[in-house]
Design a protein around this ligand. Sequence first.
Ligand code: COI
Length: 354
Amino acid sequence: MIAAADFNITLTQQSRLKDFDVKEIPFGKYFTDHMLVVDYTNGEWQTPQIMPYGPIPMSPASSVLHYGQAIFEGIKAYKFPDGNVYIFRPYDNFKRFNLSAERMVMPQVPEEIFMEGMRQLISIDNKWIPQKPDHALYIRPFMISNDEALGVKPSGSYKFMILLSPTGPYYSAPMRIRVEEYYVRASKGGVGSAKCAGNYAASLYGATVAQKEGFDQVLWTDAEEHKYIHECGTMNVFFIIGDTAVTPDLNEGTTLAGVTRDSVITMLKEAGLKVEERPLSIDEVVAAYKAGTLKEVFGTGTAATISPIKELVYRDLEMKFDVNTWTISPELKRKLDALRNGELPDTHGWLYKV
Ligand code: COI
């Protein structure tokens, strides 16, 4: 059991905060003064270290560089006007992190390291938390394998780390998305439900091809028929069809179990909408669009928050929406923002005080 006193803390001699004067903070470009590093060797987690942010020494033969055993999470912390700091649903990310670890044959990270490490790191660097609309402190826990060996097998040593990044919105404008019918993000029996680095590497080619054609992202579909919708890669997706919110279910393990997705499902139900988690075909979406019942399409994610999709392109059909007329997703975003800024009571116990 690791207690707060067991952390080894080395503070920076020179904070970079005074030089951090950025008007529009882009996503994931700036990092705070400190980071958490915990090594796993000889079957045990070693003493957690909080140290100045910077490069880490690694062997060029480190197994992660060759075979990619790497997982991560994305979490956000907010500073209320009274100065108190809250993390949004960190236990849910902690649980998902260890599910990803299991799928990638990596060791479980104990709660005392994940939660207490995050809490202590944020307390130390709390002055970096931006207090502007749509801004937050993005928390990036991750784990990499670290054996110095080229054999293909699960590594014996690992590094668990947490970085903090003051950040603005990931998508600053409504998006143009193309339905992907050739490249594949995830298939049954694969690692689609794990938040592993390889999923993101594998998504880059299809996304780059689409971006060259003027799209922001692709909407991934199933590997067998390219008929059923999965997710957008950086976010889960919701479709408001008539008076029902439909989002792809998680049953086949091809879609990430988003924490924002789960929050949105709860909030939609509380707002009196019917919510269906089920297989959703692109044919059904097209039919709803043509019938005039497809009201709103939006993505959800920690980085993406709630992001409207203004155009969804399937083959030669351009499904266009006037996002200014939408009511449901803007209201969801308003409520989620108000909760995260302390303007609405936390009736679900989603906020964890630092
Ligand atoms: C997140 O929403 O936190 C993500 O991990 C998505 C992306 C930035 C990789």
